[in-house]
Write a protein that binds this ligand. Structure first.
Ligand SMILES: NC(=O)c1ccc[n+]([C@@H]2O[C@H](COP(=O)([O-])OP(=O)(O)OC[C@H]3O[C@@H](n4cnc5c(N)ncnc54)[C@H](OP(=O)(O)O)[C@@H]3O)[C@@H](O)[C@H]2O)c1
Length: 355
C-alpha cells in the first residue's frame, strides 16, 4: 500500500522533531523523511537526509528528489549562545533555515498540502517577563526581535496564492523521556534530586521564590506530536495558529512534594541557587555515582543543560496559554501534568539514568 501522507520533518533529531517522527512512524499511512545536519539511521517508513539547511546548495541538491511530499513539519532550531531567555532573538539562522527548506520542498513537490510550523509561547514574550495571561492566539506580538515573527511573516508572504497552506503551533516547555537531550527540565530535576539525595540534602526547589508559587504550564512531547498530526490533517486548521499545552496549569509548590516522593527523599524549603553555578563542580561526584549505582554511562554535560533549568525555574510570573481554540477546532487530548512529571521521572530511575 502506498502511504497516503509523505512527510518531511525538518529538525527530525530535535526535542520536538523526534517525537513527530515517532508518531508518524506508528501510522502505516505515513512515510517520513527526516532532515538534520547529523546522520541518523533509516528505519521502516523513515529515511534520513543529513543536510545543512543554512547551505542553500546543499539543500537544493539533497531535496530536489523529494517530489511527492504532502506535508512539512518544521521544527528546526538554532539556539543563540548564552542564556535560554535570549534564544528568540537569534533571527538570521532560524529565518534562513525555514526559507531554504520550505522553498526547496515547495519547488520539488507539486503535491505539498500543508506546512506545520512549530513556534512556541515565546510568541507572547514568556521569556521576557510578565505578560497578559491566559495568552490567546489573537494577542498582539511583543516588541521584536523574535525569530518566530520573521518566520511567520516570511511564510505568510511565500504561501500567498499557492495550492498548499500552513498552520502554526505554539507549545510551551516540551517534556519527554529523552536521556541525552540536555535542553529539558526532566533530566535537570532527576540529576539535581539524585545529587541532593547523595549529599544527604532534602529536595529543595532551587528557583526563585516567585517561580515556586507562580502558575506554569508544559507540553508533553508525545501529546504535542498528536497535536501536530491533527493540525496537519484537519482541513479547518489551515492558516490558523493554536496554543498547544497539556491543557492544565500547575504550581511547582504543589508538585514538589510529589517529586520528592518519586526519589524517596524529603522535600525541603525552597532555596534559590544558580544551578549553572552550583552544579558545575558535580561532574566528579556524578561519575562516582554512575560507578556506585551502576548507572547508564551518560556524560554529565550531555545529560543536563543547567542554564535551561535556571531559565525555567527562574520564571517567577504566571505562564498560561488559553487552549480553547484548539478544542473548538477538534483537538481534545489532555495530559495531567503532575501525573506526567511523576511518570516520566520514574522512568529515569527505571532506566538507570539516575539512582
Ligand atoms: N524544546 C522546547 O521546550 C520548546 C518549547 C516551545 C517551543 N519550542 C520551539 O520549537 C522549535 C524546535 O525546537 P527544539 O527544542 O525541538 O529544538 P532542538 O531540540 O534544538 O532541535 C533542533 C533541530 O534542528 C536541527 N538543526 C539545527 N540547525 C540545523 C541546520 N543548520 N541544518 C539542519 N538541521 C539543523 C537539529 O539537528 P542537527 O543539530 O543535527 O542539525 C535538530 O534536529 C523551536 O522554534 C523552539 O523555539 C521548543
Amino acid at each position: 500500500m502506498k502511504p497516503e501522507g509523505r512527510a518531511v520533518v525538518v529538525g527530525s533529531l530535535g526535542v520536538i522533531g523526534r517525537y513527530i517522527v515517532d508518531r508518524l512512524r506508528q501510522d502505516e499511512s505515513w512515510s517520513t523523511v527526516g532532515l538534520s545536519r547529523r546522520e541518523a539511521a533509516d528505519a521502516p517508513r523513515y529515511r534520513h537526509i543529513a543536510v545543512d539547511l543554512l547551505n542553500r546548495q546543499d539543500v537544493e541538491a539533497k531535496l530536489a528528489a523529494l517530489t511527492d511530499v504532502t506535508h512539512i513539519f518544521y521544527a528546526a532550531f538554532q539556539a543563540a549562545p548564552g542564556a535560554a531567555s535570549g534564544y528568540a532573538s537569534n533571527i538570521a539562522p532560524n529565518r534562513d533555515m525555514l526559507i531554504n527548506a520550505v522553498t526547496a520542498i515547495a519547488q520539488s513537490s507539486k503535491m505539498l498540502r500543508r506546512v506545520v510550523l512549530v513556534t512556541g509561547t515565546k510568541y507572547y514574550g514568556t521569556h521576557l517577563g510578565p505578560f497578559k495571561t491566559p495568552a490567546r492566539e489573537s494577542d498582539p506580538r511583543h516588541m521584536p526581535p523574535n525569530y518566530y515573527f520573521d518566520q511567520i511573516d516570511w511564510l505568510t508572504a511565500f504561501q500567498r496564492g499557492r495550492a498548499w497552506d500552513w498552520v502554526e503551533l505554539r507549545p510551551q516547555t516540551l517534556i519527554g523521556f529523552a536521556p541525552g537531550t540536555p535542553m529539558s527540565i526532566l533530566p535537570a530535576i532527576a540529576v539535581y534530586a539524585a545529587v541532593s539525595k547523595e549529599l544527604g540534602l532534602p529536595l529543595r526547589f532551587p528557583g526563585k521564590p516567585g517561580a515556586y508559587a507562580a502558575l506554569y504550564q508544559v507540553t508533553e512531547s508525545a501529546h504535542f506530536a498528536n497535536a501536530a498530526l491533527w493540525a496537519a490533517t484537519e482541513p479547518r486548521c489551515g492558516l490558523e495558529a493554536f496554543n498547544i499545552t497539556n491543557g492544565d496549569y500547575f504550581r511547582w509548590k504543589n508538585l514538589w512534594p510529589r517529586l520528592a516522593d518519586v526519589f524517596e527523599m524529603p522535600a525541603g524549603e525552597p532555596q534559590a541557587i544558580s544551578l549553572t553555578q552550583h552544579m558545575a563542580d558535580k561532574g566528579g561526584l556524578w561519575r562516582a555515582m554512575v560507578e556506585t549505582y551502576r548507572l547508564e554511562p551518560y556524560d554529565y554535560g550531555q545529560l543536563v543543560g543547567w542554564p535551561f533549568a535556571d531559565y525555567v525555574f527562574g520564571t517567577d510570573w504566571d505562564v498560561m496559554s488559553n487552549v480553547t481554540k484548539s478544542r473548538q477546532f477538534g483537538f481534545h487530548d489532555v495530559v495531567d501534568t503532575e501525573d506526567m512529571f511523576c511518570r516520566l521521572l520514574r522512568r529515569f530511575r527505571e532506566a538507570r539514568i539516575v539512582p
